[in-house]
Design a binder for this molecule. Structure first.
Ligand code: CA
Length: 96
């Protein structure tokens, strides 16, 4: 199936409530045409990340935050063709 995420925000827990995802680099298990992974964090609701149609799930998108943050809220804006289930995973090194 194809997953279409328009935008993901990650709100830091500090007083600034900054979106720690903007300006970072996103990579994904697959992309479809011009709907690249970075479209999910570009603060533009007219662009989206879309995984390649016909690939077996699960698909994933990863955003390297460069720095370490305490994030207390994730906001995912889905296109109509949304995944049925998803996990949000965090890691210090991208592997463990
Ligand atoms: Ca977008």
């Amino acid at each position: 199936m194809e997953d279409q995420i328009i935008e993901i925000r990650g709100e830091s827990s500090d007083d600034m409530k900054q979106n720690v995802l903007s300006g970072k680099i996103a990579t994904a298990s697959s992309e479809s045409g011009s709907n690249i992974a970075n479209n999910a964090i570009d603060l533009n609701l007219k662009t989206r990340w879309e995984s390649q149609d016909g690939k077996d799930d699960p698909e994933w998108i990863m955003i390297d935050l460069i720095d370490t943050y305490i994030v207390d809220e994730f906001i995912i804006t889905w296109e109509n063709v949304a995944a049925k289930e998803y996990k949000i995973q965090v890691s210090i090194d991208g592997f463990e």
